[in-house]
Write a protein that binds this ligand. Structure first.
Ligand code: CP
Length: 312
């Protein structure tokens, strides 16, 4: 593995989960591995967990992290080939990525979708441009269509908390006030499809995710039916994929409540809007795994960086 930009970069999810659990037990065991190596974390968008957990992961491996808010602090980057750069962009990705490659041994990038230009978002033009023009490995800290560090984290958290050998996991859409990307849901689906579990998706009509990603995974438009016998309910809002980026439904009946959840554990990548996506009565009890999930972000990132460092 040179880059980590997709759940498909995981060759064996069960062995990765075991490796991450071992790192969690002894986080500083490989502190010499990243000595004198630098990771650059480039953020085109906001973050709390990804920003801090990826730095923490790098520090646990002895690396030096450099962090930059690209959108606010760097020159505007041009991604188009052959563009006459007489507009708002001042620097081409060809120079930017080559320059950063000289300062960093690994580059991690966060770049959200436009949610207005489906073709552009599906092409992953930012992440792929870094992969094309940088001379060092690239790690996705969430791209237009995927959040593979989150997906790996979620697989680790489910494996750690499963009480039965083949748990039932439900990915449920929930309402939100804004149009949100599909990235977290996509990577969660891809991670769950690699695991030996019963996995279904619940979302309102008009909210099916990209069928190339959901494949044969059963999709319910009735949340109650999907939740029957669930061990884990993973909740996320996403905007319509079909009517790309549109908010067509804000039905509060899709909010996750303690009643609906029953004995199932609640998961969410965070940040989460209380009493819109999920009620307090879920988050404020031991039904919720969200804090443990956020903790596992460090070990998912640490495992990815370790695997890349071992190949440098
Ligand atoms: N879950 C997640 O990626 O959180 P941040 O957006 O805060 O990094």
């Amino acid at each position: 593995m040179k880059h980590y930009t997709s759940i498909h970069d995981i060759d064996n999810i069960n062995s990765w989960i075991e490796d991450a659990k071992a790192l969690k037990k002894e986080p500083l065991k490989h502190i010499e591995l990243g000595k004198n190596k630098t990771i650059g974390l480039l953020f085109f968008n906001s973050s709390l967990r990804t920003r801090l957990s990826t730095q923490k992961a790098a520090l646990n491996l002895g690396m030096n992290p450099i962090v930059m808010n690209v959108s606010g602090d760097a020159w505007g980057i041009e991604f188009g080939d052959g563009t006459v750069m007489n507009g708002n962009t001042a620097e081409h990705i060809k120079e930017a990525s080559a320059v950063v490659s000289q300062y960093c041994d690994i580059i991690a990038v966060r770049a959200f979708p436009t949610l207005t230009d489906k073709a552009k978002d599906e092409s992953e033009h930012v992440m792929n441009a870094f992969k094309k023009y940088a001379s060092v490995p690239i790690v996705s800290m969430e791209s237009a269509t995927g959040h593979p560090l989150q997906g790996l984290t979620d697989a680790i958290t489910i494996a750690e908390n499963a009480k039965v050998s083949k748990p039932k996991v439900v990915l449920s859409w929930a309402p939100h006030v804004k149009a949100l990307p599909h990235a977290v849901a996509n990577s969660f689906v891809q991670a769950m499809q690699k695991m030996d579990i019963e996995f279904v998706i619940a979302n309102p009509e008009g909210y099916n995710l990209n069928p190339e990603i959901t494949g044969n995974t059963p999709i319910y438009h009735n949340q109650d039916e999907a939740f029957k016998n669930a061990d884990f309910v993973y909740t996320k809002n996403w905007s319509s994929f079909e009517d790309y980026g549109q908010v067509k439904n804000t039905d509060p009946n899709w909010m996750i409540t303690k009643d609906k959840l029953g004995d199932a554990k609640f998961m969410h990548c965070l940040p989460v809007r209380r009493n819109v996506v999920v009620e307090d009565a879920v988050l404020d009890t031991d039904s919720s795994l969200v804090i443990e999930q956020a903790n596992n972000r460090t070990y998912a990132a640490q495992l990815v960086l370790k695997k890349i460092l071992e190949k440098l």
